[in-house]
Design a protein around this ligand. Structure first.
Ligand SMILES: Nc1nc2c(ncn2[C@@H]2O[C@H](COP(=O)(O)OP(=O)(O)OP(=O)(O)O)[C@@H](O)[C@H]2O)c(=O)[nH]1
Ligand SMILES: [Mg+2]
Length: 330
């Protein structure tokens, strides 16, 4: 049986089958997944990630399909990750059916993957971030990530993108209101989709007024594009604006800063995960945790002191390290 490390080699050599297996492995955090990521990490950093987010039914999949086709026309290869936080199903036909991406899945320059909710908080954004890396290492020029923009998990997902497209549509009534709630500032490009419907121009005006009120983030004034996803109207302009944003980031230190910030957060999260693995193991095998729970419930001890006691080895290590730094040996 092939090992994850062989899959990495095969995927890097161009095998789509190995690529799909690797993503499943990493998505489910199966044994060998970290080793696989370690192995391919050096090959990442070339692809450009585009987040596509907006309310349910706003046309994310339709636009993702059309943007993909436009990028293909320009001879770029594309990876698509369709994230559905509300669905317990993953990678399968159920999600695939809902995607309006039939013909791009028959194009060998495109790889489409659906991703559904993961067990733990933050699990979905880690799975997505890791899948972006795999597609990047595989050689995809662009990686599109479609996700409903609602909760923290989705905002974390979007933050793994280099450029973020926020979609709104006329007729929802509270679409701008919904965008305001914390998500507005993550948009680099604003799309008003379903421009064939009444009220699109009003949404553009409202968005524009709102962007006038918020100071441009690091010198970039977010752009607004009207589209009709079903017809592809406005999509070449949208792609051109995405390229413009990319050029803007690359001309200054924007892209580097974004990526540095992302790596910083990633390292911190990984360290926390590693430490928390030990903590859980320790609580499972080494400590009579059930008794402790009883004692805390009975107010015979408090949870704060217990947590401090359990993490004492870390505290001690840190102390020693600090003292060593201040007074070098000798
Ligand atoms: N009239 C009109 N309909 C559109 C347009 N773009 C997409 N639609 C339709 O809107 C519906 C939803 O489109 P999707 O692309 O599935 O939207 P989505 O945001 O991916 O939906 P979820 O993933 O379910 O949140 C479909 O029936 C599309 O055909 C448009 O520009 N105009
Ligand atoms: Mg969709």
């Amino acid at each position: 049986m092939a090992s994850p490390s062989q899959w990495v080699e095969e995927a890097l050599a161009g095998s789509v089958r190995a690529l799909a297996k690797l993503i499943t492995l990493v998505e489910n955090e199966m044994p060998g997944s970290t080793e696989a990521l370690q192995k391919l990490y050096a090959k990442t950093g070339r692809g450009y990630a585009i987040g596509i987010t907006g309310p349910p039914g706003s046309g994310k999949s339709t636009l993702t399909d059309k943007i993909t086709k436009e990028l293909r026309r320009k001879n770029f290869t594309v990876g698509v990750i369709a994230v559905d936080p509300s669905s317990p199903f993953s990678g399968g036909a159920l999600l695939g059916d809902r995607l309006r991406m039939q013909d791009i899945t028959n194009d060998e320059g495109v790889f489409v993957r659906s991703m559904a909710t993961r067990g733990t908080l933050g699990g979905l954004s880690k799975a997505t971030a890791d899948t972006i890396k795999i597609l990047d290492a595989f050689g995809k020029d662009f990686i599109l990530i479609e996700t409903v923009g609602v909760g923290q998990d989705e905002i974390d997902i979007v933050r793994t993108a280099d450029s973020t497209v926020l979609i709104s549509v006329p007729g929802l009534g509270d679409e701008i209101q919904a965008l305001k709630a914390g998500i507005m500032e993550i948009g680099d490009l604003f799309v008003v989709n379903k421009a064939d419907r009444e009220g699109a121009d009003r949404v553009v005006t409202e968005l524009s007024l709102m962007l006038d009120l918020s100071p441009p983030s690091r010198g970039w004034r977010p752009q607004i594009v009207k589209t009709v996803g079903t017809l592809g109207t406005g999509v070449p302009e949208l792609v051109e604006k995405i390229f413009e944003h990319r050029r803007f980031l690359e001309a200054g230190d924007g892209l580097k800063r974004k990526r540095n910030e992302r790596v910083r957060e990633e390292i911190v999260r990984l360290i926390e995960r590693e430490i928390s693995k030990y903590v859980h193991k320790m609580l499972k095998y080494e400590v009579n945790f059930e008794d402790v729970i009883e004692q805390v419930v009975a107010r015979q001890q408090d949870p704060y002191s217990y947590a401090r006691k359990v993490t004492e080895p870390f505290a001690q290590y840190y102390q020693i390290y600090k003292i060593d730094k201040i007074k070098p040996p000798g």
